[in-house]
Design a protein around this ligand. Structure first.
Ligand SMILES: C[S@@+](CC[C@H](N)C(=O)[O-])C[C@H]1O[C@@H](n2cnc3c(N)ncnc32)[C@H](O)[C@@H]1O
Length: 273
């Protein structure tokens, strides 16, 4: 039997409600054809013939593995190195201030929707350059999508992805593939070893035993409805040091979400306690 080329409104709502419960991501009606296209491929791979069969499989309480696959398929993971580069200049300034302050300890940064890792490695390159090495700082990347986390851990990217990395950082922290690895580059192990990645759902973040100096929460709030945006901001603030900084995407405003957040530049907030 041929799989239909559109998803019915009823089936779209079932997927939308399931994804919302699971991740907080809200797919509005404009996302219907996107959902249809992404699920069709999976349905074919599983040799199923209808959206109904797939949804029955997805909603089965024991289908945890398929549920994770569906999250991986339905999240949008666009990212690139040194995206919104003003944030990296801001990070440099913060480190310079931190280095000269009396209480400077381990400087820690969380890339809270890290996708395939380009954001976390851009942060790590900035820190390594400022600290002249691999000591005194740490970077953690997290995402709800396990497939992007695996890509991030591999630290290997197509050569075109390096275009926005500043020349000196590219030279110091990246290595061009040769022979069978032609067309790819990897993050040098000295740097990638300082960056860890794990799965984490921002609707329910747990597990950190310490707080961060800076949290990058960029280009993820756009997927949530207002009360959930506020919830996510509140969730991540639990892990921000007093006096630490929260950075959001330039198209995302969190103005008025929390009285303790003081905007100091567009999309950069200081956490005052
Ligand atoms: C567009 S990417 C942004 C990547 C990067 N922060 C940047 O600005 O380039 C959004 C990421 O948010 C992740 N995401 C969506 N909902 C999430 C949730 N509830 N918890 C954790 N990550 C989530 C997606 O899997 C995706 O990788």
């Amino acid at each position: 039997m041929q799989l239909t080329s559109t998803i019915s409104e009823q089936n779209f709502r079932k997927v939308r409600d399931w994804l919302y419960q699971r991740s907080g991501i809200f797919l509005n009606d404009t996302k219907r054809s996107l959902v249809c296209g992404r699920l069709q491929k999976r349905i074919k791979d599983l040799e199923l013939t209808s959206f109904e069969d797939y949804i029955a499989l997805l909603l089965h309480p024991k289908a945890q593995d398929e549920q994770q696959v569906a999250v991986n398929i339905l999240t949008t993971n666009e990212t690139y190195f040194f995206r919104e580069d003003k944030h990296f200049s801001f990070l440099e300034q913060l480190i310079q201030q931190n280095r000269s302050s009396a209480q400077s300890g381990l400087f820690s940064v969380w890339s809270a929707a890290s996708s395939t890792g380009q954001e976390a490695y851009s942060i790590a390159m900035t820190l390594a350059a400022q600290y002249s090495g691999y000591q005194n700082w740490t970077v953690v990347g997290t995402d709800i999508n396990t497939s992007v986390i695996n890509t991030a851990k591999n630290a290997i990217y197509p050569i075109e992805a390096c275009r926005k990395i500043p020349q000196q950082l590219l030279k110091n922290y990246c290595q061009r593939g040769k022979g069978k690895d032609e067309g790819w580059f990897k993050i040098r192990p000295e740097l990638s070893q300082r960056v860890s990645f794990e799965q984490l759902n921002l609707m329910n973040p747990t597990g950190f035993k310490y707080k961060f100096d800076v949290i990058f929460l960029r280009n993820v709030l756009i997927y949530f409805e207002l009360p959930d945006k506020q919830k996510v901001v509140n969730n991540v603030l639990q892990y921000l040091k007093p006096g630490g900084h929260l950075l959001v995407g330039h198209s995302e405003s969190i103005h008025g979400y929390d009285a303790r957040l003081q905007q100091i530049k567009p999309s950069c907030y200081r956490f005052n306690l």
